[in-house]
Design a protein around this ligand. Structure first.
Ligand code: BV8
Ligand code: ZN
Length: 241
């Protein structure tokens, strides 16, 4: 893979680097991308219908079954060369922050130390009533649903659903970095989900170097300084070699 000298220069001079990622970064770890997550058993549901508070209120069993199915797919997933290359960016001495839409926890597993989970983490459970975190082996009620050990409330997955606002702190940090990072990577995302998808545009409007990495065209390619047309697992190690 050939890289423009201007791209390599921008990377060398960068003091602050933001790495905005989507499901495509985990694809080579065997985790189906968000849109793929409707394959097989789940083909008849649209993810946007299952990942909502209304769906959970209406049919918590189905929503939990979907999350447990996704957790099983992710349980043995290992960070792939893209995650590892992104983690290695920290060795360049620049200040590196990963702003991920992914809920699989693989960036931390790869060694990234500053990871902002914009849409939460699939491994966390949360009590609907008292907001206490679940502790992994929560007792099940008669309907097989996980219950809070403090107040008996129903537990939900610790992710951000459609219609829910992003964690305040996470969004603040992301928006600040979009205006501050010298280099803003945008890797493996279809950039369809707001407000996260506005981050690369904010970086572009702030005159930052935006680098899109995706095997397919995305709606934000036109506002990127550089587009690396390829899989993250190949492009990132090659770029950061
Ligand atoms: C909010 C956690 C309001 C849950 C997720 C109409 C227009 C505009 C916006 C809206 C609208 N109607 C509703 C909205 C708002 C809505 C939204 O954006 N909807 C979309 C569908 C239009 N957004 C929200 O509801 C957000 N909240 O707006 O709140 C509010 C404000 C104030 C107060 C109260 C409320 C919350 C959104 C968060 C939803 N949660 N995840 C879970 O995981 O179960 S979203 C989920 O989907 C992911 O986290 C991610 O964000 C998104 C999937 O996107 P990608 O990661 O990009 O994955 P995708 O499969 O799409 O693409 C994969 C890409 O990888 C592709 O480009 C592919 O080419 C590439 N690829 C493949 N292989 C590789 C690769 N790239 C590199 N290497 C490879 N090997
Ligand atoms: Zn509780």
């Amino acid at each position: 893979m050939h890289f423009a000298p201007e791209l390599l220069d921008a990377l060398r001079q960068a003091r602050v680097i933001a790495v905005f990622t989507g499901a495509g970064v985990s694809a080579e770890s065997g985790v189906p991308t968000f849109r793929d997550a409707q394959t097989g058993l789940w083909a008849r549901y649209r993810a946007e219908e299952l990942a909502t508070p209304a769906a959970f209120r209406r049919d918590p069993q189905t929503v939990w079954k979907w999350y447990e199915w996704r957790r099983d797919l992710m349980r043995n997933a290992l960070p792939n060369p893209a995650h590892l290359a992104i983690a290695s960016l920290e060795k360049t001495g620049a200040e590196v922050t990963v702003l991920t839409q992914n809920v699989d926890g693989l960036h931390r597993k790869a060694g990234s130390t500053d990871v902002v989970e914009l849409h939460g983490n699939i491994w966390d459970d949360l009590c609907l009533e008292c907001r206490a975190p679940g502790d992994g082996d929560a007792p099940r009620d008669g309907a097989g649903l996980p219950r809070c050990t403090h107040c008996g409330g129903l537990l939900r997955p610790g992710v951000v659903w459609f219609g829910e606002s992003l964690p305040e702190q996470a969004w603040q940090r992301a928006a600040e970095l979009a205006g501050k990072a010298d280099v803003f990577f945008c890797i493996g995302t279809s950039s369809l989900v707001e407000p996260a998808a506005s981050l690369p545009l904010q970086a572009h409007d702030s005159g930052k170097t935006v680098i899109q990495v995706n095997p397919e065209a995305t709606r934000h390619d036109a506002s990127a300084s550089f587009v690396l047309r390829g899989k993250a697992g190949a492009a990132m190690p090659a770029l950061l070699r």
